[in-house]
Write a new protein. Structure first.
Length: 512
């Protein structure tokens, strides 16, 4: 009641001035420094807040030496489908900690947000933050080292926690009440580099590359490069591109942001999504050739409809994000373009975090714009191929528990003889193995049979294609040899040019 009375009687300006004066007096006489770490810092999520929360939750749960909570009340949370339980400080609870012999106090503050008359986006209903209290005489030496310690510790906890997060932008560009455009679920894909069937040498190369990247903070700083790396995975469906991404995430302990480009309407929306990704993450765009008209680098028609016409393609100089390009700072109506995507991976905005991996996948590398493929943009092109003999050995081991020594030499050489020509994907091979996993001999017999059949079919198809090609060539030759009919040369010259132009464009696109 007294508070309501105070609010109604005392004008807000006076109340504010009084509060400020009181704070100044308090600061003069207090022997402590206070640091506020709020959950949202302007537009961005404050990574330090998350780190502190993780650090304190582990301290609170294990009640390590030196850490004491002022009350026995802790909040417990377990996310949907998550296997980890997180301890947290309850609202407005305190916890004291000791670092390098200096004691500090943390307080978790949750206050209801003042109702606002206007806001650009819905804000969370409450303001959350931690207050760190350090004695003024200890503050100069300890603060920086302590915060660094907390950040490292939080990263370690995150890594130990087996649950990675998988984020999607299925809501399009709209934000939730905490200002996040991404929705997350615990990521539990069991694929690892051990279970991934591919050439072992190539696999080792990729693993070393990933390890070098994760440990390369000093290298990237020294060379003046942004701490990010791009991988392009290409190959037919079912060769393990998505499994490879999961294996990468499990190997490095990174979260995955699965970016659905068709849900993003404008380049600025794309940029906002990028800004809201955290470091130590893999940003994935699957089937990039299907998600966007990647040859269209021109301004779209402004209706939000993508312009797929041939006449609009291949404009602009490839490879360079165009400064001042209307696409890059559009008013909100333009649909997403290639230059927007290139800026996303490569422009200045792509460096608004660090330690990030971009992975694009495609079934048709020949359909991609050279701008996307140029070196420095996608650092490594990884071909996921049909099942080879070394890949088959990995599948036999994971699905049947068969070591190479367990397979009879005859069967082994029979398999080796047909596997390449059969052109079967690891997904197809694993289907046969799963079906017969109770009986290894039967599985191998059936697999051999399927591979042989597939090899025969492939040979027949290849022969038919060859005959058709020879016939086409002969027909073309006949057409060139025979004299031109009618007087169409003067009139139809332009058409000839048009046809030739289209043909060369098809060739450019890599249609073989
Ligand atoms: N190289 C591989 N090693 C192990 N398993 C594989 C491999 N490739 C495919 N598989 C199996 O096949 C299934 C499908 O593979 P995956 O989704 O990774 O293929 P993809 O290349 O991403 O296909 P798409 O191009 O259709 O997206 C996986 O669940 C996995 O079990
Ligand atoms: Mg896939």
């Amino acid at each position: 009641f007294s508070q309501t009375l105070l609010h109604t009687v005392v004008p807000p300006e006076l109340r504010f001035a009084f509060l400020k004066l009181f704070q100044r007096l308090f600061n003069c006489f207090s022997s402590y420094c206070y640091y506020e770490i709020t959950e949202i810092d302007g537009v961005n999520t404050n990574e330090l807040y998350n780190a502190v929360q993780l650090y304190l939750s582990s301290s609170a749960s294990s009640s390590t030496a030196g850490t004491t909570s002022s009350s026995n009340r802790l909040s417990l949370t377990r996310g949907l489908n998550s296997s980890a339980i997180t301890f947290g400080l309850a609202n407005n609870d305190r916890l004291s900690d000791v670092f390098n012999g200096v004691s500090v106090v943390w307080e978790h503050n949750v206050t209801p947000r003042q109702s606002q008359t206007f806001s650009w986006r819905p804000l969370p209903e409450e303001k959350r933050g931690f207050t760190l209290r350090i004695n003024k005489r200890d503050q100069p030496g300890i603060l920086e080292a302590y915060l660094e310690f907390i950040t490292d510790k939080a990263n370690e906890i995150r890594r130990k926690n087996q649950d990675r997060l998988l984020y999607t932008n299925s809501r399009g560009g709209s934000l939730d009440s905490r200002g996040h455009p991404w929705e997350s679920v615990p990521f539990k894909h069991p694929s690892t580099f051990e279970t991934l069937a591919m050439d072992p040498i190539k696999k080792r190369e990729i693993m070393c590359d990933l390890r070098d990247f994760a440990d390369g903070q000093a290298f990237y700083k020294r060379t003046g490069r942004a701490w990010k790396r791009g991988y392009l995975l290409y190959g037919p469906p079912g060769t393990g591109k998505s499994s490879m991404i999961a294996a990468m995430a499990n190997f490095l302990g990174y979260d995955i942001y699965d970016l659905e480009l068709t849900e993003v309407n404008t380049n600025s929306e794309l940029r906002k999504l990028l800004m809201k990704t955290s470091s130590k993450s893999i940003i994935v765009i699957e089937d990039i050739d299907c998600s966007i008209n990647l040859t269209n680098r021109k301004k779209s028609n402004g209706t939000g409809v993508r312009n797929d016409s041939v006449s609009d393609t291949r404009s602009g100089s490839p490879g360079i994000p165009i400064p001042g390009d209307p696409d890059n700072n559009n008013g909100g109506n333009n649909s997403i373009t290639l230059s927007g995507l290139l800026n996303f991976t490569d422009g200045l905005w792509s460096c608004c975090g660090s330690e990030r991996i971009f992975v694009f996948t495609t079934n048709h590398i020949d359909k991609l714009d050279p701008a996307l493929l140029r070196s420095g943009r996608m650092d490594m092109h990884i071909h996921m191929s049909y099942c080879s003999f070394p890949s088959l050995l990995i599948l036999l081991k994971t699905y049947l528990g068969c070591e190479p020594g367990d397979i009879s030499p005859d069967v082994s050489s029979d398999l080796a003889a047909v596997i390449d020509e059969a052109e079967m994907t690891p997904a197809d091979v694993s289907e046969v193995l799963i079906k017969n996993r109770r009986d290894n001999d039967k599985a191998l017999r059936e697999l051999l049979e399927v591979l042989r059949k597939k090899k025969t079919v492939n040979r027949r198809l290849r022969r038919r294609r060859l005959v058709a090609e020879v016939e086409d060539e002969a027909e073309e030759k006949r057409a060139l040899d025979s004299p031109k009919e009618g007087g169409g040369a003067a009139n139809g010259g332009g058409d000839d040019v048009e046809v030739n132009y289209k043909k060369s464009e098809e060739e450019d696109n890599g249609i073989d």
